[in-house]
Design a protein around this ligand. Sequence first.
Ligand code: ZN
Length: 337
Amino acid sequence: MIKINLNEEAIKNITEFLEKDLRSARTKGLMCRLKDEKNYTYLQTLYPYLYKKLYDDKSGKPDEQKIVQYLMLSRKELMDVIQILGPVTNNDCSQRLREIFDYEGFSNRQGLRNILRELGVRICPYCNRISVYTEKYSHGIKSNVDHYYPRAIYPYLSLSVFNLVPCCSYCNSHKNDLDCYKEPIIYPYEEEFGTDTFFYIRLKDCGSLFGVLEDKTKDIKVAIKCLNDEKRQKVMQQDSRLRLCAVLNDDDSDGYKESSYRGDIQKFIKNQSFLYAGRLKLTMATADSENDVFKTFIGECIERFEQNYEQSEWGNRELAKLYHDIAKQIKEEYNED
Ligand SMILES: [Zn+2]
Protein backbone atom coordinates (compact mmCIF):
# COMPACT_ATOMS: atom_id res chain seq x y z
CA MET A 1 0.00 0.00 0.00
CA ILE A 2 2.72 2.45 1.04
CA LYS A 3 5.94 2.53 -0.95
CA ILE A 4 9.29 1.86 0.70
CA ASN A 5 11.57 4.67 -0.43
CA LEU A 6 15.24 3.85 -0.73
CA ASN A 7 18.06 6.22 -1.54
CA GLU A 8 21.46 5.35 -2.98
CA GLU A 9 23.18 5.78 0.36
CA ALA A 10 20.90 3.16 1.94
CA ILE A 11 21.47 0.73 -0.94
CA LYS A 12 25.23 1.19 -0.59
CA ASN A 13 25.05 0.50 3.14
CA ILE A 14 22.86 -2.57 2.64
CA THR A 15 25.35 -3.93 0.11
CA GLU A 16 28.15 -3.47 2.64
CA PHE A 17 26.22 -5.27 5.38
CA LEU A 18 25.55 -8.15 2.99
CA GLU A 19 29.22 -8.43 2.04
CA LYS A 20 30.21 -8.51 5.68
CA ASP A 21 27.59 -11.10 6.59
CA LEU A 22 28.50 -13.20 3.57
CA ARG A 23 32.15 -13.49 4.62
CA SER A 24 31.50 -13.96 8.30
CA ALA A 25 33.17 -17.25 9.24
CA ARG A 26 31.96 -17.03 12.81
CA THR A 27 28.27 -17.07 11.83
CA LYS A 28 28.84 -19.33 8.82
CA GLY A 29 27.52 -16.88 6.25
CA LEU A 30 26.28 -17.90 2.82
CA MET A 31 29.86 -17.98 1.49
CA CYS A 32 30.78 -20.74 3.95
CA ARG A 33 27.80 -22.81 2.92
CA LEU A 34 28.55 -22.37 -0.78
CA LYS A 35 32.14 -23.47 -0.21
CA ASP A 36 30.87 -26.68 1.33
CA GLU A 37 31.62 -29.50 -1.11
CA LYS A 38 28.21 -31.14 -0.86
CA ASN A 39 26.32 -27.88 -1.53
CA TYR A 40 28.64 -27.10 -4.40
CA THR A 41 28.01 -30.46 -6.05
CA TYR A 42 24.31 -30.26 -5.30
CA LEU A 43 23.83 -26.88 -6.99
CA GLN A 44 26.09 -27.75 -9.91
CA THR A 45 24.15 -30.93 -10.63
CA LEU A 46 20.56 -29.98 -9.81
CA TYR A 47 20.48 -26.21 -10.13
CA PRO A 48 23.05 -25.25 -12.80
CA TYR A 49 21.28 -21.92 -13.24
CA LEU A 50 21.86 -21.03 -9.58
CA TYR A 51 25.39 -22.39 -9.79
CA LYS A 52 26.14 -20.00 -12.64
CA LYS A 53 24.65 -17.11 -10.68
CA LEU A 54 26.79 -17.76 -7.59
CA TYR A 55 30.10 -19.33 -8.64
CA ASP A 56 33.02 -18.21 -10.71
CA ASP A 57 32.94 -20.06 -14.04
CA LYS A 58 36.65 -20.79 -14.21
CA SER A 59 37.73 -21.49 -10.65
CA GLY A 60 34.42 -23.03 -9.50
CA LYS A 61 34.69 -21.01 -6.30
CA PRO A 62 31.82 -18.94 -4.85
CA ASP A 63 32.06 -15.47 -6.40
CA GLU A 64 31.41 -12.77 -3.84
CA GLN A 65 30.45 -10.12 -6.37
CA LYS A 66 28.00 -12.43 -8.10
CA ILE A 67 26.47 -13.50 -4.80
CA VAL A 68 25.90 -9.92 -3.69
CA GLN A 69 24.31 -9.19 -7.05
CA TYR A 70 22.06 -12.20 -6.60
CA LEU A 71 21.02 -11.01 -3.14
CA MET A 72 20.19 -7.56 -4.51
CA LEU A 73 18.04 -8.66 -7.46
CA SER A 74 15.29 -6.26 -8.47
CA ARG A 75 11.70 -7.42 -8.72
CA LYS A 76 11.97 -7.91 -12.46
CA GLU A 77 15.07 -10.06 -11.93
CA LEU A 78 13.44 -12.01 -9.10
CA MET A 79 10.59 -12.81 -11.46
CA ASP A 80 13.06 -13.91 -14.15
CA VAL A 81 14.66 -16.34 -11.70
CA ILE A 82 11.24 -17.71 -10.72
CA GLN A 83 10.31 -18.11 -14.34
CA ILE A 84 13.37 -20.27 -14.90
CA LEU A 85 13.44 -22.27 -11.66
CA GLY A 86 9.73 -22.37 -10.83
CA PRO A 87 8.22 -23.50 -7.54
CA VAL A 88 10.15 -26.08 -5.53
CA THR A 89 7.66 -28.85 -4.81
CA ASN A 90 10.03 -31.64 -3.80
CA ASN A 91 10.48 -31.70 -0.02
CA ASP A 92 14.12 -32.77 -0.08
CA CYS A 93 15.05 -30.05 -2.57
CA SER A 94 13.16 -27.48 -0.57
CA GLN A 95 14.90 -28.54 2.62
CA ARG A 96 18.34 -28.40 1.03
CA LEU A 97 17.79 -24.99 -0.57
CA ARG A 98 16.46 -23.64 2.69
CA GLU A 99 19.64 -24.84 4.39
CA ILE A 100 21.82 -23.15 1.80
CA PHE A 101 19.81 -19.90 1.79
CA ASP A 102 19.43 -20.06 5.55
CA TYR A 103 16.99 -17.31 6.48
CA GLU A 104 16.49 -18.38 10.12
CA GLY A 105 20.18 -17.96 10.82
CA PHE A 106 20.32 -14.71 8.88
CA SER A 107 17.30 -13.26 10.67
CA ASN A 108 18.98 -13.70 14.03
CA ARG A 109 22.12 -11.88 13.00
CA GLN A 110 23.08 -8.26 13.21
CA GLY A 111 23.13 -8.08 9.39
CA LEU A 112 19.37 -8.27 9.07
CA ARG A 113 18.87 -5.72 11.84
CA ASN A 114 21.22 -3.33 10.02
CA ILE A 115 19.36 -3.86 6.77
CA LEU A 116 16.01 -3.24 8.45
CA ARG A 117 17.37 -0.03 9.90
CA GLU A 118 18.50 1.11 6.46
CA LEU A 119 15.11 0.26 4.93
CA GLY A 120 13.65 2.63 7.51
CA VAL A 121 10.15 1.12 7.42
CA ARG A 122 8.19 2.18 10.48
CA ILE A 123 4.57 1.45 9.65
CA CYS A 124 3.53 -1.76 7.89
CA PRO A 125 3.69 -1.04 4.12
CA TYR A 126 1.01 -3.67 3.41
CA CYS A 127 -1.76 -2.31 5.66
CA ASN A 128 -0.55 1.06 7.02
CA ARG A 129 -2.38 0.13 10.23
CA ILE A 130 0.36 -0.54 12.73
CA SER A 131 4.08 -0.33 13.48
CA VAL A 132 6.28 -3.10 12.08
CA TYR A 133 8.30 -3.42 15.29
CA THR A 134 6.05 -5.72 17.21
CA GLU A 135 8.19 -8.68 18.20
CA LYS A 136 10.36 -8.61 21.29
CA TYR A 137 13.71 -10.38 21.12
CA SER A 138 16.65 -10.59 23.46
CA HIS A 139 18.46 -7.84 21.52
CA GLY A 140 15.51 -5.48 21.53
CA ILE A 141 12.47 -5.23 19.36
CA LYS A 142 12.56 -6.86 15.96
CA SER A 143 10.35 -6.45 12.93
CA ASN A 144 8.39 -9.21 11.25
CA VAL A 145 9.68 -9.81 7.75
CA ASP A 146 7.52 -11.20 4.98
CA HIS A 147 8.93 -12.95 1.93
CA TYR A 148 6.97 -11.35 -0.91
CA TYR A 149 7.66 -14.48 -2.95
CA PRO A 150 7.21 -17.06 -0.18
CA ARG A 151 10.25 -19.07 0.79
CA ALA A 152 8.04 -22.14 1.20
CA ILE A 153 7.58 -22.04 -2.59
CA TYR A 154 10.73 -20.26 -3.77
CA PRO A 155 13.35 -21.15 -1.13
CA TYR A 156 16.18 -19.94 -3.37
CA LEU A 157 14.94 -16.36 -2.82
CA SER A 158 14.95 -16.59 0.99
CA LEU A 159 17.83 -14.13 1.37
CA SER A 160 17.13 -11.74 -1.50
CA VAL A 161 16.82 -8.29 0.04
CA PHE A 162 14.07 -7.05 -2.27
CA ASN A 163 12.04 -10.13 -1.48
CA LEU A 164 12.07 -9.15 2.21
CA VAL A 165 9.28 -6.86 3.29
CA PRO A 166 9.26 -5.60 6.90
CA CYS A 167 5.63 -5.73 7.96
CA CYS A 168 3.28 -6.19 10.92
CA SER A 169 2.61 -9.60 12.44
CA TYR A 170 -1.02 -9.57 11.29
CA CYS A 171 -0.09 -9.12 7.62
CA ASN A 172 2.78 -11.55 7.91
CA SER A 173 0.51 -14.32 9.20
CA HIS A 174 -2.42 -13.55 6.89
CA LYS A 175 -0.36 -13.30 3.73
CA ASN A 176 1.39 -16.51 4.75
CA ASP A 177 2.24 -18.54 1.61
CA LEU A 178 0.19 -16.54 -0.87
CA ASP A 179 2.02 -17.07 -4.15
CA CYS A 180 2.61 -13.49 -5.25
CA TYR A 181 4.15 -14.68 -8.50
CA LYS A 182 0.76 -16.01 -9.57
CA GLU A 183 -1.48 -13.76 -7.50
CA PRO A 184 0.42 -10.55 -6.85
CA ILE A 185 -0.45 -7.88 -4.34
CA ILE A 186 1.08 -4.39 -4.45
CA TYR A 187 4.87 -4.80 -4.30
CA PRO A 188 6.03 -2.15 -1.82
CA TYR A 189 9.52 -1.58 -3.22
CA GLU A 190 8.07 -0.36 -6.51
CA GLU A 191 4.34 0.09 -6.21
CA GLU A 192 1.87 1.83 -3.93
CA PHE A 193 -1.82 2.64 -3.66
CA GLY A 194 -0.96 6.28 -4.39
CA THR A 195 -3.75 8.66 -5.27
CA ASP A 196 -5.55 6.57 -7.88
CA THR A 197 -6.38 3.95 -5.25
CA PHE A 198 -8.13 5.23 -2.19
CA PHE A 199 -10.30 4.47 0.81
CA TYR A 200 -13.71 6.00 0.97
CA ILE A 201 -16.60 5.93 3.40
CA ARG A 202 -19.85 4.39 2.32
CA LEU A 203 -22.83 5.49 4.33
CA LYS A 204 -25.32 2.66 4.46
CA ASP A 205 -28.32 4.99 4.20
CA CYS A 206 -26.66 7.32 1.67
CA GLY A 207 -26.64 10.88 2.93
CA SER A 208 -23.53 12.99 3.35
CA LEU A 209 -20.58 12.54 5.68
CA PHE A 210 -21.61 15.79 7.35
CA GLY A 211 -24.70 13.87 8.42
CA VAL A 212 -22.46 11.88 10.77
CA LEU A 213 -22.10 15.11 12.78
CA GLU A 214 -25.78 15.31 13.58
CA ASP A 215 -26.77 11.68 13.53
CA LYS A 216 -24.79 9.37 15.81
CA THR A 217 -26.59 6.30 14.56
CA LYS A 218 -25.33 6.60 11.01
CA ASP A 219 -23.46 3.45 10.12
CA ILE A 220 -20.23 3.82 8.19
CA LYS A 221 -18.31 1.33 6.08
CA VAL A 222 -14.78 1.71 4.74
CA ALA A 223 -14.28 0.57 1.15
CA ILE A 224 -11.49 0.82 -1.43
CA LYS A 225 -11.74 2.13 -4.94
CA CYS A 226 -9.04 1.68 -7.58
CA LEU A 227 -9.21 3.78 -10.73
CA ASN A 228 -6.16 2.13 -12.28
CA ASP A 229 -7.01 -0.91 -14.43
CA GLU A 230 -3.52 -2.42 -14.14
CA LYS A 231 -3.46 -2.21 -10.36
CA ARG A 232 -7.04 -3.17 -9.56
CA GLN A 233 -6.58 -6.93 -9.35
CA LYS A 234 -3.59 -6.59 -7.02
CA VAL A 235 -5.40 -4.10 -4.82
CA MET A 236 -8.44 -6.35 -4.47
CA GLN A 237 -6.20 -9.33 -3.73
CA GLN A 238 -4.46 -7.31 -0.99
CA ASP A 239 -7.75 -6.11 0.47
CA SER A 240 -9.24 -9.58 0.70
CA ARG A 241 -6.09 -11.41 1.78
CA LEU A 242 -4.89 -8.89 4.38
CA ARG A 243 -8.47 -7.97 5.28
CA LEU A 244 -7.75 -4.27 4.91
CA CYS A 245 -11.36 -3.03 4.96
CA ALA A 246 -12.65 -5.90 7.09
CA VAL A 247 -10.32 -4.97 9.95
CA LEU A 248 -11.14 -1.26 9.65
CA ASN A 249 -14.85 -2.12 9.70
CA ASP A 250 -14.28 -4.29 12.77
CA ASP A 251 -15.58 -7.32 10.89
CA ASP A 252 -12.47 -9.23 11.88
CA SER A 253 -12.90 -10.89 15.22
CA ASP A 254 -9.42 -12.13 16.11
CA GLY A 255 -8.73 -9.38 18.61
CA TYR A 256 -6.07 -7.64 16.55
CA LYS A 257 -6.71 -4.30 18.19
CA GLU A 258 -8.22 -3.67 21.59
CA SER A 259 -10.32 -0.65 20.75
CA SER A 260 -12.51 -0.38 17.67
CA TYR A 261 -11.15 0.96 14.41
CA ARG A 262 -14.64 1.95 13.44
CA GLY A 263 -14.98 4.06 16.59
CA ASP A 264 -11.72 5.86 15.77
CA ILE A 265 -12.80 6.47 12.19
CA GLN A 266 -16.19 7.79 13.30
CA LYS A 267 -14.47 10.17 15.70
CA PHE A 268 -12.15 11.32 12.94
CA ILE A 269 -15.04 12.02 10.55
CA LYS A 270 -16.79 14.01 13.23
CA ASN A 271 -13.72 16.11 13.96
CA GLN A 272 -13.13 16.81 10.28
CA SER A 273 -16.76 17.53 9.55
CA PHE A 274 -16.83 19.84 12.54
CA LEU A 275 -13.95 21.86 11.09
CA TYR A 276 -15.62 22.25 7.74
CA ALA A 277 -19.06 22.90 9.21
CA GLY A 278 -17.45 25.54 11.42
CA ARG A 279 -15.87 27.16 8.41
CA LEU A 280 -19.18 27.10 6.58
CA LYS A 281 -20.83 28.83 9.51
CA LEU A 282 -18.10 31.44 9.52
CA THR A 283 -18.45 32.37 5.90
CA MET A 284 -22.10 33.08 6.54
CA ALA A 285 -21.58 35.05 9.73
CA THR A 286 -20.53 38.66 9.87
CA ALA A 287 -16.91 39.01 10.78
CA ASP A 288 -16.28 40.25 14.26
CA SER A 289 -13.20 39.73 16.38
CA GLU A 290 -14.49 36.55 18.04
CA ASN A 291 -15.17 34.99 14.68
CA ASP A 292 -11.74 36.02 13.48
CA VAL A 293 -10.13 34.08 16.31
CA PHE A 294 -12.28 31.05 15.56
CA LYS A 295 -11.51 31.35 11.86
CA THR A 296 -7.78 31.40 12.51
CA PHE A 297 -8.17 28.37 14.76
CA ILE A 298 -10.02 26.36 12.08
CA GLY A 299 -7.60 27.47 9.38
CA GLU A 300 -4.67 26.30 11.47
CA CYS A 301 -6.30 22.95 12.24
CA ILE A 302 -6.95 22.23 8.58
CA GLU A 303 -3.47 23.28 7.59
CA ARG A 304 -1.91 21.13 10.30
CA PHE A 305 -4.03 18.23 9.21
CA GLU A 306 -2.97 18.61 5.59
CA GLN A 307 0.66 18.60 6.63
CA ASN A 308 0.20 15.54 8.86
CA TYR A 309 -1.43 13.44 6.22
CA GLU A 310 0.27 14.52 3.02
CA GLN A 311 1.61 11.68 0.86
CA SER A 312 5.22 11.93 2.05
CA GLU A 313 3.97 11.25 5.60
CA TRP A 314 1.93 8.16 4.82
CA GLY A 315 4.74 5.77 5.74
CA ASN A 316 5.39 7.55 9.04
CA ARG A 317 1.99 7.53 10.66
CA GLU A 318 -0.49 4.77 11.38
CA LEU A 319 -3.58 4.98 9.16
CA ALA A 320 -2.28 8.16 7.52
CA LYS A 321 -3.40 7.05 4.06
CA LEU A 322 -6.91 6.21 5.29
CA TYR A 323 -7.28 9.53 7.11
CA HIS A 324 -5.90 11.43 4.15
CA ASP A 325 -8.49 9.85 1.88
CA ILE A 326 -11.43 10.40 4.23
CA ALA A 327 -10.45 14.03 4.76
CA LYS A 328 -10.32 14.49 1.01
CA GLN A 329 -13.77 12.97 0.69
CA ILE A 330 -15.13 15.36 3.35
CA LYS A 331 -13.43 18.32 1.68
CA GLU A 332 -14.95 17.38 -1.67
CA GLU A 333 -18.38 17.08 -0.07
CA TYR A 334 -17.90 20.44 1.56
CA ASN A 335 -16.93 22.05 -1.73
CA GLU A 336 -19.98 20.59 -3.44
CA ASP A 337 -22.39 22.19 -0.96
ZN1 ZN B 1 0.22 -4.91 8.20
